[in-house]
Design a protein around this ligand. Sequence first.
Ligand code: FE
Ligand code: CA
Length: 518
Amino acid sequence: MHRHFDRRSLFRSAGGLVLLGGLLPQRLLAAPLGQNPFTLGVAAGDPWPDGFVIWTRLAPRPFDEHGGMPAAPVPVRWDVAEDDGFVRVVQSGETLARPELGHSVHVELRGLRPHRHYWYRFMVAGSDSSPIGMARTAPAAGAVVDRVRIGVAGCQHWEAGFFDAWRHIAGEPDLDLIFHYGDYIYEGPRLPLGERIVRQHIGDEIYSLDDYRRRYAQYKSDPHLQAAHAASAFAATFDDHEVDNDWAADKDQDGTPPEYFHLRRLMALQAWYEHMPVRRAQLPGLHGIIAHRRLDYGRLLRLHLLDTRQYRTKQRCGLDGGEHCRPVEDGGGSQMLGAAQEAWLDEGLGGEAGWNLLAQQVMLMPFRYLESRAQGRYNLDSWSGYPDARSRLTQLMQKNNLTNVVVASGDVHKHHVGLVPMREHDLEGPAAATEYVSSSISSGGDGSDIPPGWEDILGENPHSNLVNDRRGYQLFTIAPGQWRTDVIGLDRVSVRGGNKHQVAAFVTLPHQPGAHPA
Ligand code: FE
Ligand code: CA
């Protein structure tokens, strides 16, 4: 189907929508904006064999009330084409950008062909088309697939550095998907004392829906982040900073009454939904959001996108004690995924996929830090604070006889490569999975290859193959017989124009966990 777009047809079809939406035509026709409403770019996400989500948010003046939009629904047209010139348009349609959702739109495309690239754009009466985005559908169910390529990134503190890593990701050839492990925004007003601020957040710590929207708008105003979204579909998840540092279920780090924190979390997750290219199934409700989901790439790969925040028990107390934490002597029963998500994962791990990717947020493998930190030698916000939940997870892998599990994580603002041991304290013993922890886009600032004082860290962690403190990202090139991970670092993020380099490359084989130098 080829449909030429012009202003008159939009007005006609806007009139058509009126019947569906029960709105007065004048209300819709009053919408022409006369200003570019696509200041936050476009995005695609969660590919499936015959489609993916396409996203935009209308915000001609993103930091003003309602993003500069009228307080009314506004019709948005969209086109999907087989070429970037939109000569072969295969689908077009119309949707409403509603003020209830910050004038964001999420369209779930259907009926496209498997494992093919498509281009998409949006149009609003009275303004130019949006930037053009590209995304690739997933292979058909059960298809034999030669190769899938996935970028991994997250932790993009606005104030800590420029987003040139996103520019480099946007330039990576042939990506099927970008997995975002979270910390897409940071909720705080300022970086901690002593960290270098390269550009400033607008406003104080964020609490209200408007605050969160403004923060997303600020981050999304970055051209490099927009370029990455335009270049590939994302699989978006959230970690703590999309809501509040180190939150756990309905508890924050300060001991706020859970019924109050729950309201803040609801607004934060609504804003997350509004700004991410995710399906309607991820629309939050009063009780939270269903963020764990699966993406299949034929017979080659199954991605299990996990939620390690909403259902976890409170962090264990460190050596320094603390008020708002779980006492060490609390014993077993700690939850990271919650019983329902664990059961869902168990069911999904039993499939026939050549590879299983656990795409999640915080480091799964135990990791011993050298310095005696106030917390102790383990990061208690990671799975190391939830050892019995971790044991249950590795038992799931063993129960399903899996040797092909790869874990992708982030959170620590460093690259880590290593093995997840089957037994908690037997770091050199048999491994349940291979883990690739990707460094941050900007959080942590410039960094260095080895942080000062960390020269002996690998000696303390014999299951670990690499630690690197450069900003950057990782690339997974996944084939039936081999999984290759390229670890990419940036020379600096404190000034614009940072260059990328390859820090290392590893190969994992499907019959046994391991990370072998490529
Ligand atoms: Fe972070
Ligand atoms: Ca985090």
